[in-house]
Design a protein around this ligand. Structure first.
Ligand SMILES: NC(=O)c1ccc[n+]([C@@H]2O[C@H](COP(=O)([O-])OP(=O)(O)OC[C@H]3O[C@@H](n4cnc5c(N)ncnc54)[C@H](O)[C@@H]3O)[C@@H](O)[C@H]2O)c1
Ligand SMILES: O=C(O)C1=N[C@H](C(=O)O)CCC1
Length: 250
């Protein structure tokens, strides 16, 4: 069977360099291009890439995806900073290339995907829910893509269950003290040397609390998700948001 021809954009970065090694080590894949900042995107087409793994920066991702979609190159995207407006632009460009698939995964680690699912399940059963995400200080965006998605899923679950607004008697607060408001869920961002990517979802009810915590301790935690994404995206046209759609979580 022929190998899947995979390119990595952002190949010299923290996660990109790990992705290069993971693709090289995968028996069913061939690494056909490694692009860094300033490299010509035409290289992707010249190399015959079927899938581009996009791991760059929120300022770069839209241009890179625009090229991929226009050239029918499927994409697996880990870069964060997604807004409704950006997603709408991407959906519009995909309409002109209906056979192309793009997977955007706020987090490729199975533990983080499960954290999101557990939080979503638990959220309607507790009065209070807050998200704390903790990352290395070189991260460009806050809150993290994972925390933003987690908060959105929590808010959706609470809306569907008809949950009351969260109790919060705060009338005086320093700017930022109560975190960012994502769909009514407070999200707090910590940036600390020594950390990689961590998240806690704190849930509180009468006389009890529940904490769901996930820690990515090494970039290798993201690799099985990236490889799975590359294998699946080639037969999944259109936009898929979240790795959970490629996992059988029941
Ligand atoms: N979804 C996930 O599971 C996951 C996990 C880790 C990181 N990330 C995200 O991936 C992105 C990269 O993270 P990082 O920690 O590796 O950052 P990084 O700064 O270490 O690496 C990014 C690399 O991309 C390069 N780059 C920037 N613009 C480019 C362009 N136009 N073309 C080619 N290369 C370009 C940079 O020079 C750099 O080498 C961030 O958005 C981060 O949040 C996602
Ligand atoms: O290191 C990063 O940057 C990460 N970004 C993603 C996010 O914003 O959620 C995933 C975890 C690592």
């Amino acid at each position: 069977m022929s190998k899947l021809r995979v390119a990595v954009i952002g190949a010299k970065g923290r996660i990109g360099s790990e992705a290069v090694k993971a693709v090289e080590a995968a028996d069913d894949m061939e690494l056909v291009a490694e692009l860094g900042r300033g490299d010509e995107l035409e290289t992707l087409a010249d190399a015959g890439a079927q899938v581009a793994v996009e791991l760059t920066h929120p300022d770069s991702v839209m241009g890179n995806l625009d090229f991929c979609v226009r050239h029918g190159i499927h994409a697996v995207v880990g870069t964060t900073g997604w807004t409704d407006e950006r997603l709408a632009r991407l959906r519009t460009s995909l309409e002109a290339s209906p056979e192309t698939g793009v997977l955007i995964a706020p987090n490729f680690s199975i533990g983080a995907v499960l954290t999101m699912r557990f939080a979503q399940l638990a959220a309607p059963y507790f009065e209070s829910v807050e998200v704390v995400e903790l990352h290395h200080p070189n991260k460009a965006d806050a809150p993290s893509g994972t925390a933003t998605r987690t908060a959105q899923l929590i808010a959706e679950a609470r809306r569907e269950a008809g949950s009351a607004p969260q109790p919060d008697a705060t009338t005086t607060a320093l700017d930022g003290a109560r975190g960012a408001d994502v769909d009514g869920v407070p999200v707090h961002s910590v940036r600390l040397r020594g950390l990689l990517a961590h998240q806690e979802v704190l849930l509180g009810g009468e006389g009890e609390t529940l904490t769901v915590r996930h820690d990515s301790l090494h970039h290798s935690s993201f690799m099985p998700g990236i490889l799975l994404g590359a294998r699946r995206v080639v037969s999944t046209p259109g936009l898929t948001f979240g790795l959970e759609h490629f996992l059988d979580l029941g």
